[in-house]
Design a binder for this molecule. Structure first.
Ligand SMILES: Nc1ncnc2c1ncn2[C@@H]1O[C@H](COP(=O)(O)OP(=O)(O)O)[C@@H](O)[C@H]1O
Ligand SMILES: O=P(O)(O)OC[C@H](O)CO
Length: 504
């Protein structure tokens, strides 16, 4: 008898991955492929949904080929995805009526500004746990229905379907048979009522979004459908997990206990604290969200979302051509000499997310001198990622009224040891790197395995994953405080400049 495996699809902002995991939690094969980013106007970011689907099929095949596996060896599939990114398609033809509007895109900010101007901020936060912003799906849906001729009428007639990327992939994988989402992705739409765990009729009414375009709500670990894609021929492979990628990373980090915190460093950085069965509404502009739903038990979380982290390193690489690989930033930063007046980079390319939520701020570099070189810029950029995470972790401690002793870290940029050491130093906290870098995909694999009896319990999962490198804080506290105060001044300067521009 063949050995059986779980396949997890991780559809991220810049690339898609497929991994194949064995019973002891090891990744035995994987594949990854980047896909195109569309920037139709300044501040807009879009993806082609068909290209995403092709890209996902390619990595599914690639992982099977790389592992030299027979598709029949796949026991179940889990899906995890970039969250909030939204698309609408025609239910009969399956054709998207517009590109997917990506989470980072600011093209819908007039709609969220309008909600705030009309005083709906706290109403929406109480219902959904979110601060009205272009980041979330609701404004993206409204924008597509407004901008595609005839779309509102077609939506009202029940001809159109909305989905985040989990929903789109499930719909494609099931050959258009099921239209479902999970509670974590739904909790990022700004349409889910966190208490009732149902779509919120009043918010739908406020935004004039017809309920019939929304998918059915499901837990994170159950069989939704069987894959009909060509990979599996007639073999019935259950699709048994869907979960937003940041929640998947929390699950993949095995952060099942209340108070546990993870920070993922990818395109953006996302810090999540497990708050157990309690919805903790933030007093400081963090988000309350669903961490995961297993059976009928809901676990909630507090989240700080930072829009630009690893993508600032990408900008140094592709925008400024300072180096050819993101990983080179590590050696460069280590080479940079300490300056009396440190250089600060505020990477607010698409505004600032948590805890500032200032969509108008743009990037700024302060403290340049004639001697500034690319090593200094690499260092300032990596430090900026760490400062933004500190902004969120400090806020999270204030909100949760508890001290966070340890942060579990993962994501592409978490392979940068300069970043992690500086992060531990500036937080004054221990960081624990995941032993397996693909924690996001592992989270989805674990959930698919739990739904299909591949694994039996959370305790069994805990035994699968060892811990990676630990980073302890070494920096003198006074020095750390001084550096961080400089960062806070730099953010104020960037916000002040945005205010001045607004007055013009
Ligand atoms: N060694 C590194 N140092 C700093 N940044 C890195 C490093 N490796 C990757 N990155 C950054 O991490 C991001 C990729 O991480 P990943 O987790 O794959 O992101 P995503 O899931 O958002 O597509 C890119 O923005 C890249 O610039
Ligand atoms: O694809 P990532 O890893 O950049 O994650 C994107 C987040 O889910 C956006 O909220």
């Amino acid at each position: 008898m063949y050995e059986k495996y779980i396949m997890a699809i991780d559809q991220g902002t810049t690339s898609s991955r497929a991994i194949i995991v064995n019973q002891v939690g090891q990744i035995i094969a994987s594949d990854q492929a980047e896909f195109k980013q569309y920037y139709p106007q300044a501040g807009w970011v879009e993806h082609d949904p068909q290209e995403i689907w092709n890209n996902v099929q390619k990595v599914m095949s690639g992982a099977l080929i790389n592992g030299q596996l027979d598709p029949q060896q796949i026991h179940a599939i889990g899906i995890t995805n970039q969250r909030e990114t939204s698309l609408i398609w025609d239910q009969k033809t399956g054709q998207p009526i517009y590109n997917a509007i990506v989470w980072q895109s600011r093209q819908t900010s007039a709609i969220s500004d309008d909600l705030l101007d009309k005083g709906y901020g706290s109403f929406i936060q109480e219902r959904t746990g979110l601060i009205p912003d272009a980041y979330f799906s609701a404004t993206k849906i409204r924008w597509i229905l407004d901008h595609v001729p005839g779309a509102q009428a077609r939506a009202e007639a029940g001809d159109l379907l909305f989905g985040t990327i989990d929903t789109w992939l499930l719909w494609k994988l099931s050959n258009g048979q099921v239209h479902m989402t999970d509670y974590t992705n739904a909790s990022r739409t700004m349409l889910l009522n966190l208490k009732t765990l149902d779509w919120d009729d009043e918010i739908l009414h406020l935004l004039n979004i017809p309920k019939k375009i929304l998918p059915q709500l499901k837990s994170n670990s159950e069989i939704y459908a069987h894959a009909q894609s060509y990979h599996f021929h007639d073999h019935q492979v259950p699709i048994a997990a869907m979960i937003g990628d940041q929640q998947a990373a929390l699950f993949g980090q095995l952060a099942f206990e209340k108070g546990m915190v993870k920070s993922t460093y990818g395109t953006g950085a996302f810090i999540i604290m497990n708050t157990g069965q309690e919805i903790r509404l933030s007093d400081h502009q963090l988000l309350s969200t669903v961490a995961y739903v297993l059976g009928d038990q809901v676990t909630y979380a507090l989240e700080g979302s930072i829009f630009v982290a690893g993508s600032a390193i990408q900008w140094l690489r592709d925008g400024l051509n300072l180096f050819s690989k993101a990983s080179e930033s590590e050696a460069l930063a280590m080479d940079a000499s300490d300056q009396e007046t440190p250089i600060y980079m505020v990477p607010a390319f698409t505004g600032l997310g948590a805890p500032y939520w200032n969509p108008d701020v743009r990037g700024m570099i302060l403290g340049l001198s004639r001697g500034t070189n690319k090593a200094d810029l690499a260092k300032a950029t990596l430090q900026a990622i760490a400062y933004q995470v500190k902004d969120v972790v400090d806020t999270m401690e204030a909100d949760a009224k508890m001290e966070i002793n340890q942060v579990r870290v993962d994501g592409g940029a978490a392979s940068n040891h300069y970043l992690l050491q500086f992060q531990a130093d500036i937080l004054g906290k221990e960081l624990v790197q995941a032993q397996e870098v693909e924690t996001t995909a592992l989270g989805a694999a674990y959930l698919a395995g739990l739904a299909t009896n591949y694994w039996q319990s959370l305790d069994q999962l805990k035994a699968l994953l060892g811990q990676g490198q630990v980073f302890q804080p070494h920096m003198d506290q006074i020095q750390g405080q001084k550096l961080y105060q400089g960062w806070q001044k730099a953010v104020k300067a960037a916000a002040y400049y945005a205010d001045l521009c607004r007055e013009d």
